[in-house]
Design a protein around this ligand. Structure first.
Ligand SMILES: [Zn+2]
Length: 267
């Protein structure tokens, strides 16, 4: 049964994080569907009490998205607007970002984080950076979303790039989950933010494609973008219901990781 994995990058420094957490918590509670939050450490510091409330409800799990949104790798984005460079932090900065991200989760929520989303995402993730894989290992991170860009460091990312362990690199306990298709903020900007209906249609087509080919769907969204023109997150509710109707199972990343690990051991 193909899986629908919902992950939210929660990274705002304004009121949208609180509004998002309240709305997401309600949607996932009402539909009894679990999902995963990847939160920036500084954002968590500003939203400690609401995050704790949401965590205690049990529908959303919390992992990190660095301490202050520093890139692990430089992005060389190539699209119709030309080439745009988004520089990475230094190696030392990145080490500190990830370590602090873990610390804040522990201090504020009592969570030993095992998941990580890399800011911006990169072509082929961090498979070409053994030093970064080692940093993740040193911080007990088991699942990562860092491969959400194609060979032009752009999107969409093919669904055929299914989650994989960094086995060949010697980090076989770390699972990469490439974020598929278009990320919500880019797609919605293109379609027009107010045109939520068109966005839902687009993602439903992706769900159809994943189901027809028995592929898992790693869905990427954000706090600020998901609530824009849809404060109750009705599009998320509709997508969850549609995915289930089509035969997908909606689970969170921790559950998915355990399943993939078990499959690996059987092989
Ligand atoms: Zn981000």
């Amino acid at each position: 049964m193909p899986k629908f994995l919902i992950g939210y990058d929660v990274e705002s420094y304004d009121d949208s994080t609180k509004a998002f957490l309240q709305a997401a918590s309600k949607v996932h509670r009402d539909l009894e569907s679990e999902a995963t939050i990847f939160i920036v450490g500084k954002t968590l510091e500003k939203n400690a009490s609401i995050a704790e409330e949401v965590l205690n409800l049990g529908d959303l799990e919390f992992h990190q998205h660095t301490y202050s949104h520093v890139l692990l790798k430089t992005v060389v984005q190539e699209n119709e607007e030309g080439i745009t460079i988004f520089p990475s932090g230094s190696f030392d900065e990145v080490c500190e970002e990830i370590q602090k991200g873990q610390q804040v989760l522990k201090d504020i929520l009592g969570v030993e984080g095992t998941g990580f989303t890399a800011p911006y995402n990169y072509y082929r993730g961090i498979g070409d950076r053994l030093d970064l894989l080692q940093v993740l290992r040193d911080n007990q991170i088991k699942f990562v979303r860092s491969a959400g860009r194609n060979e032009r460091d752009w999107q969409p990312v093919p669904f055929e790039w299914q989650p994989y362990f960094y086995e060949a690199q010697g980090y076989g306990e770390i699972l990469e989950c490439p974020i598929h298709g278009w990320q919500d903020c880019i797609a919605r900007e293109k379609l027009g933010w107010e045109n939520v209906t068109e966005y839902i249609k687009m993602v439903k087509k992706d769900i159809d494609h994943a189901c027809a080919n028995q592929l898992d769907f790693v869905y990427g969204s954000h706090d600020w973008s998901s609530i824009r023109h849809d404060p109750e997150l009705e599009h998320i509710a509709e997508l969850i219901m549609y995915a289930r109707e089509k035969g997908m199972e909606v689970i969170n990343y921790s559950q998915y990781y355990e399943q993939k690990l078990a499959e690996k051991k059987i092989k």
